[in-house]
Each structure stands twice: as C-alpha cells, then as structure tokens.
Ligand binder design. Structure first.
Ligand code: G3H
Length: 249
C-alpha cells in the first residue's frame, strides 16, 4: 500500500451472468468492508439494476468501457455520460481484452479517457505486458509506453486510477512474483510523478491478474499497490469480500 491511500478493490464482471444473477451478487456485496473502497463493473445491460441495488450501500458502480464521443451514430457503443446517467462513477478503459478484441491502441484509450474525465467519471486505465514482452525483458518499457500514450493531462487531479494487469496473468491462475509486481508499480509511480508532479503520489495503482483470496494479502501489502482489479474471483461474493478484507487498512 501507499501511505495515505485508501485501498480500492474493484470487480470486473466482464461478460458474465444474467441480470438476476448480477442483482443477487450486488446484494451480497453491498455492505462492503470497513476501511476499503469497493467497486463493481457489471456488463452494460445490468448496470442500472446493479446501481439501484447498491444505492445507499458501500459499493460503487462502474462501466467496463465507453466511447470517446459524447453521442452520435456509434452502433453498439455507450457514452461516458450514459454511464453516469445510470449511476456509474468509474469506468475501466484500455483493458487488454478490449485492446485485443477491439484493436484499441493507446490513442483510442487516451481519447476514451479524456471523454470519461469530461463526463465526470473516474477512469481506471489498464496497462500490462504480454508474456512475450515479459520474456523479452520489455515489461517496464511496455508499461511506461502505455501509460505515456493512454493517460492524459488532468488524469491525476481528477483521481484517475491505473491498473497494472499483465496479460499473461489474466484468468490463468498465474501471477508475477511479488518482486516483479513491486518493480512495475514502482516504475508506474515514477513515470506518473515525472510527468504530473508530486500529486501523482496519491494516484491509486491497482494490480490485476488472478487475484484471489489465497494470494490477495501479500499482493495488497506490496509497496505502491493500492488495491486490486479482480476478474473471476469478483463473481463470487465471498471471494470478492475476502479479497477486500485482505487489504491493509
Ligand atoms: O479486470 C480484471 C482482470 O482482467 C483480472 O481477471 P482475473 O482476476 O480473472 O485474472
């Protein structure tokens, strides 16, 4: 953890579940965990229902993507303002699954991040290397490049969040070593401070990639790791809450 930063445990529900299951899951986590901020990011069709279930609770709601434009002829897309309108406060942007499935490059993520900030949403910008890049010794330079390319000015002061998600650790049960996570988080902190100044010391840096109750405690205790972006384990209320309880408070 970074001193003075309150931990955030965010659940990315990806493309899973029915609206009824989403409502049940939201109900099961809505009381949250003392001292920890929680966020869930359901699929778009479930967002409004989940927002209503979580009203007055301790868990915030976010989207999993948004379009860079405020409105227009963009079939199948969703604007940042629409996310706000249904109760979202955050939006995940540049997740590696979006970068891979929808050919999103840093420029596209940058445009979306600006749109999210303009709409008053807190963006969670995801970065992370592929396995080949890690094996090639390129992890730090890839992450630096993605940060440089996807994070706009105004991000830090608006409370923007960065999530380090090594692509090869997502949904695989594999995680980097604690030293490797700490090294990348230190690199991200340094890159943000170089670019945005000391205010970036308060930027939340999340780790994501096969976080589960059994490995959460040591990961969340690492320096500069201010929370987690959780995929699979966030679909099980008890596991998600157990991860939140593992955060140092
Ligand atoms: O956004 C979440 C990440 O992609 C991590 O997913 P995972 O916890 O299933 O590995």
């Amino acid at each position: 953890m970074t001193q003075g930063i309150r931990p955030l445990i965010a659940g990315n529900w990806k493309m899973h579940g029915t609206v009824r299951e989403a409502a049940r899951l939201a109900e099961a986590v809505r009381e949250g965990v003392e001292g920890v901020d929680l966020l869930v990011c359901p699929p778009f069709p479930h967002l409004h229902t989940v927002s209503v279930v979580l009203l007055g609770g301790r868990v915030a709601v976010g989207g999993q993507d948004c379009h860079a434009a405020g409105k227009g002829a963009h079939t199948g897309d969703v604007s940042a303002a629409m996310l706000r309108d249904v109760g979202a406060t955050h939006v995940i942007l540049g997740h590696s699954e979006r970068r891979a499935d929808h050919a999103e490059n840093d420029a596209a993520v940058l445009a979306k991040t600006k749109a999210a900030l303009a709409a008053g949403l807190i963006p969670i910008v995801c970065v992370g290397e592929t396995e080949a890049e890690r094996l090639g010794g390129l992890a730090e330079s890839v992450v630096r490049g993605q940060l440089e390319g996807s994070v706009p000015y105004g991000f830090v002061t608006a409370g923007g969040i960065v999530a380090y998600e090594p692509v090869w650790a997502i949904g695989t049960g594999r995680t980097p070593t604690e030293d490797d996570i700490a090294a990348i988080h230190a690199t991200m902190r340094a890159a943000l401070v170089e670019r945005f100044g000391p205010a970036a010391r308060a930027t939340r840096l999340l780790y994501g990639g096969s976080v589960k109750p059994s490995n959460a405690k040591p990961i969340l205790a690492l320096p500069e790791v201010d929370g987690a972006l959780v995929g699979g384990a966030s679909l099980v209320a008890e596991d998600f809450l157990a991860i939140a309880r593992a955060a140092p408070v």
